[in-house]
Design a protein around this ligand. Structure first.
Ligand code: PGA
Length: 257
C-alpha cells in the first residue's frame, strides 16, 4: 500500500442553476460532516457559482476548484479568468486539459503545459487531464496518445513541480457515456503514467503524485478502480451532481460500493 491519500473530485461542468449548486453544496456539507476523514474531497462548480459554493463549504473538509482558466497574467483577455483570480478566491485546484476543452475549445498539449505553469505561478494545484478517443483506442494508440499528452505536460517541469501535480486519466469514450473502461486497461494506463512520472521526476516523486481515474465513475464501480495500485482517486462528472451518490463515492472503502 502506498501513502498517497485518495482524492475524489466532483466536476459539476456547466450544470446546475445557482440555487441548485448552493443546495447541493449545503447538502454535501451536512452529509460529509457526519463521517470520518476519508479521501481528500473537492468540487469544481462553474465560474458564477465558485464564490457562493466556497463560502457555503467553509469549515467543511470539502475544497473547491475551478474547471478551467487562461494561462495569461491578469490583463486584457475578454472573457478569460486567470490563475491569480482563482487564487484570490481560495481555489485549491484547477482542471486543465479536460477532454471537453480539448474537443470543443481547441485546447492543445502546449496549452495544457502553459496552464500548468500558470497554476504553479500562484500556488494552485493543477489537475491535468489526459485520455484517448474511441478511435484511438480501437486503433491501438492508447499508450502513444497518453504518453504524448503527458510528456508535453511534464516538459521542462522541475521535480518539485511534478510533485505538485495531480494527473487524471479519462478515456474520452467513457466520459458521460455510462461506458465503463475495463479495470485492467485502467490499471495498465496508470502504470504507464507512473513510469512516465518516474522518468521525468525520479522514483520518489512519481510515487507521491496522485493519478485519478475518470469516466462514468459511479458508486457501483468506484471500488474496483480504487483497488488498482496506481489509481489514487476519481474525477467524477455525472455522479457528483447528486449529494447522495457523491457521498457514496466518498465512502467507497466503507461500503465496498
Ligand atoms: P462522467 O465525467 O463521470 O460524467 O463520465 C467525468 C469527467 O468528465 O470528468
Amino acid at each position: 500500500m502506498t501513502a498517497r491519500r485518495p482524492l475524489i473530485l466532483g466536476n459539476w461542468k456547466m450544470n446546475l442553476s445557482l440555487a441548485e449548486a448552493t443546495a447541493l453544496a449545503r447538502d454535501l456539507k451536512r452529509q460529509v460532516a457526519t463521517f470520518y476523514a476519508g479521501p481528500e474531497t473537492g468540487v469544481c462548480p462553474s465560474y458564477p457559482h465558485l464564490v457562493a459554493v466556497r463560502e457555503l463549504l467553509e469549515g467543511s473538509t470539502i475544497g473547491v476548484g475551478a474547471q478551467e482558466m487562461v494561462e495569461a497574467e491578469p490583463g486584457a483577455f475578454t472573457g478569460g479568468v486567470c490563475a491569480e483570480q482563482l487564487r484570490e478566491l481560495d481555489m485549491r485546484w484547477v482542471l486543465v486539459g479536460h477532454s471537453e476543452r480539448r474537443q470543443y475549445c481547441g485546447e492543445t498539449d502546449d496549452g495544457v503545459a502553459a496552464k500548468i505553469r500558470a497554476a504553479f505561478r500562484v500556488g494552485l494545484t493543477p489537475v491535468a487531464c489526459f485520455g484517448e478517443t474511441l478511435a484511438e483506442r480501437e486503433g491501438g494508440q492508447t499508450e502513444e496518445v497518453v504518453a504524448r499528452q503527458v510528456g508535453a505536460a511534464l516538459e521542462g517541469l522541475s521535480a518539485p513541480q511534478i510533485e505538485g501535480l495531480v494527473l487524471a486519466y479519462e478515456p474520452v469514450w467513457a466520459i458521460g457515456t455510462g461506458l465503463n473502461a475495463e479495470v485492467d486497461d485502467v490499471k495498465e494506463v496508470h502504470r504507464l503514467l507512473r513510469g512516465l512520472l518516474a522518468e521525468r521526476g525520479g522514483g520518489p516523486v512519481a510515487e507521491s503524485v496522485r493519478i485519478l481515474y475518470g469516466g462514468s465513475v459511479k458508486p457501483q464501480n468506484i471500488a474496483a478502480y480504487m483497488a488498482c495500485e496506481d489509481v489514487d482517486g476519481a474525477l467524477v462528472g455525472g455522479a457528483s451532481l447528486d449529494a447522495g451518490s457523491f457521498v457514496q463515492l466518498l465512502r467507497y472503502q466503507e461500503d465496498g460500493a
